[in-house]
Design a binder for this molecule. Structure first.
Ligand code: SF4
Length: 699
């Protein structure tokens, strides 16, 4: 087991033990935490004041982490269903009985038709150990169906891979010296708080902040300018900016010639998007598009902080590619505070194969089990062939967070589906479990974290003993593997061994640090140059920024980024758009993180009731008053919300917020009753913001 000896130190001013930890949530900030422990109980969670991006501050959610950890509703013992499926009626059982029953059921399917087992997980915890380290090893060994985990960021990741070669970008700390920061598709105050602090500091030093977002979010309202682009049209905006840069000669020709490929093909594509055309597509005035392009070229350094909201549409990967072209055109990468950042994940020398061991799959590497995309879990549970007979859910709450909820709910309601859920609480998904297992929270287990928003590795040392009988995910999967009879060493590996496997420790970026060093110090910064691409050196096949991708051409795909109208748009589905004329987006509430924290009373009280923003023109046309109860619906389903009428959205746009639990929503459905299982252009991503609806007043 994990020793805490080297990871704790006594604070001089109190008797509290201070344990160095990491925030586990799906947030680019990956804060370094201090957990204050008194007599074996955590009494406070605070931000590490010495960590250069955390700087002692946490978001409201995690500052209240103890309300989660010691919540009276915490699951503290294994449970077995004793009522009808979905009734939420359970009886306590012992760990041995629970593990035996799971091992018996999974073992039987494994011997007969292993692809009928499906793991379902995402980023409920981001740590290498408790996320997939042991879980994926077990499911690979079982020969289970592989889950394509595209619900969040995979379109953007694909866009980066076909442009830069990997998910790499600026050092977030460098933004402090930027003169122009475009915050594109991100409500940073909600989803990237510590970047917002850096942007604020840049503003104090004279930077101009511009938000590009269909919603006048808290962040957009505090920027110098807000560009309210229509959902799903970001690529057209970026291509038009590119057209202006090229037409007006606002290029860094030397950078383009030495460090990029495919410029001529990009220039031809951009020529199809003069600002006047882009204005019709995006809803942004042509003059404003041109001004933004000129500002991006003339401000030195100029930087773009992109986030994932804008890639949750049909053309998500293309949109990321189009935006990524802008700093390559202007040579913004020459300075550390110029360029762009969507993800910094691939600056980390991770060793994913050693971590999750795909070689344990029967048939590796030639005949691999089928793949099911997690965003189409509703259809998969209802119609996959061969059928899914058992699903094991961990680090996720698909009944609430997956698109097209009515299909998902129907799928999980199958009496013949054996459902195992590892959870902290009785979520919507937990209610459908046959066996419900209590998992530890971040304060109770060990982990090691990379970040997709900064360049640090952060250790999570356990601060307290597990609450009740809860166990770490890794231990639960070890026990299941042992009970099935698997004797592979990889399935018995300790948490420390899994963490060791996660990283290439001899990589220069790690700087010779060891796991013990990181645990003791709490975090280390990766040794990656600040101005990483000042002289090219992109991790693409050509070593250059790729305006045009030969790899895409080889797949028969368009090698140059383009604007792809949303699946649900007048261009792609005119009949649908006539019936459902409003474009719905559903970005996160500030005090929730996906569906986590929704049951923390102090936080849900702050958010009030589930609502949506409507423009006054759309509200008037439907006789909807501010504060009225409305039904937001399409052919897939409906959700009841309170209308907030105002200028936060443009006409034609509705902005709900995610992600309330279904059972906490009026009518028993959250906004995902309306969202679609359709996927993005590349990367198999979800298209939550590619959704047409109508809105009616209720009553
Ligand atoms: S959710 Fe994000 S901002 Fe909040 S503590 Fe975690 S990493 Fe930091």
């Amino acid at each position: 087991m994990t020793t805490r000896a080297e990871s704790v130190r006594r604070r001089a001013d109190t008797d509290d033990i201070l344990v160095r930890a990491a925030c586990p949530h799906d947030c680019p900030d990956t804060c370094a935490l201090h957990v204050h422990v008194r007599d074996g109980r955590a009494v406070r969670v605070s931000g590490d004041p010495d960590h250069p991006t955390t700087r002692g501050a946490l978001c409201t959610k995690v500052a209240r982490y103890l309300e989660r950890t010691y919540h009276p509703d915490r699951l503290t013992t294994p449970l077995r269903r004793c009522g009808p499926k979905g009734s939420g009626r359970f009886e306590p059982i012992g760990w041995d009985d629970a593990i035996d029953e799971i091992a018996t059921r999974l073992g039987e399917i494994h011997r007969r038709r292993p692809e009928s087992i499906l793991p379902y997980s995402f980023a409920g915890t981001m740590g290498w150990v408790q996320r997939e380290g042991m879980a994926s090893r077990l499911f690979h060994r079982l020969g289970a169906t592989r889950l394509e985990r595209g619900i969040c960021s995979s379109a953007g990741t694909a866009g980066l891979q076909y442009s830069m070669g990997a998910a790499v970008g600026m050092d977030v700390e460098s933004f402090v010296d930027s003169r122009l920061i475009i915050i594109w598709g991100s409500n940073s105050i909600t989803s990237n708080l510590h970047f917002w602090s850096i942007a604020q500091e840049a503003k104090r030093r004279g930077a101009r902040l511009v938000a590009i977002d269909p919603l006048r979010s808290d962040t957009a309202a505090r920027c110098d300018d807000h560009v309210p682009v229509r959902p799903g049209t970001d690529a057209a905006l970026a291509l038009a900016m590119g057209q202006v840069l090229i037409a007006e000669g606002l290029l860094d020709r030397d950078y383009i010639e030495r460090y990029t490929v495919g410029f001529d093909a990009f220039a031809a594509r951009a020529a199809e998007y003069p600002p006047e055309r882009a204005a019709r597509i995006t809803g942004i005035d042509a003059g404003r598009i041109a001004e933004l392009a000129r500002a991006f070229a003339s401000s030195r350094p100029a930087a773009i902080r992109l986030n994932y909201g804008m890639q949750r549409v049909r053309g998500g990967a293309n949109a990321v590619r189009a935006i990524a072209c802008l700093p390559a055109l202007t040579g913004a990468w020459r300075e550390a505070a110029g360029g762009f950042l969507l993800s910094s994940s691939d600056h980390v020398p991770a060793d994913n194969n050693r971590l999750v061991r795909p070689d344990l799959m029967p048939g590796w590497p030639d005949r691999l089990p089928r793949i099911i995309n997690m965003s189409a879990i509703g259809d998969a549970l209802l119609a996959a062939d061969p059928p899914i007979e058992a699903i094991v859910v961990y680090n996720s709450n698909p009944v609430a967070v997956a698109p097209d909820s009515n299909r998902v709910i129907a799928g999980f309601a199958r009496e013949d589906l054996f459902t195992v859920v590892l959870e902290h609480f009785r979520t919507d998904t937990a209610d459908d479990a046959d066996i419900l297992l209590p998992a530890t929270t971040q304060l109770e287990h060990f982990d090691l974290h990379k970040s997709y928003g900064h360049r640090y590795l952060v250790a999570n040392n356990p601060a307290i003993a597990p609450v009740g009988q809860s166990l770490p995910n890794s231990e639960i999967f070890r026990r299941i593997a042992r009970a099935i009879g698997f004797e592979d060493e990889a399935l018995a590996a300790s948490d420390e061994s899994i963490a060791t496997d996660a990283l290439r420790w001899d990589a220069p970026a790690v700087g010779g640090a060891s796991l013990e060093d990181i645990r003791r110090e709490g975090w280390i910064k990766l040794d990656v140059p600040a101005a990483s691409y000042a002289q090219g050196g992109f991790p693409s096949p050509s070593g250059r920024f790729e305006f045009a991708s030969e790899r895409l051409a080889a797949q028969g795909l368009d090698p140059v980024p383009d604007w792809l109208p949303p699946h649900e748009s007048p261009e792609m589905a005119p009949e649908l758009a006539a019936r459902y004329p409003l474009a719905l987006i559903s970005p996160p509430h500030r005090n929730f993180l996906n569906s986590t924290f929704v049951n923390i009373a102090s936080l849900s009280r702050t958010e009030g009731e589930p609502f949506c923003d409507l423009n006054p023109a759309d509200a008037a046309a439907r006789r909807i008053a501010d504060g009225a109860r409305v039904r937001v619906y399409n052919d897939r389903g409906a959700v009841e919300l309170v209308a907030r009428v105002g200028e936060r959205v443009q006409p034609g746009v509705v902005a709900a917020r995610g992600i309330w639990w279904q059972k906490m929503s009026a009518g028993g459905r959250n906004v995902n009753a309306t969202t679609s299982q359709a996927l993005t252009d590349m990367g198999g991503g979800a298209t939550f913001y590619d959704c047409l609806v109508e809105v009616d007043a209720i009553g």
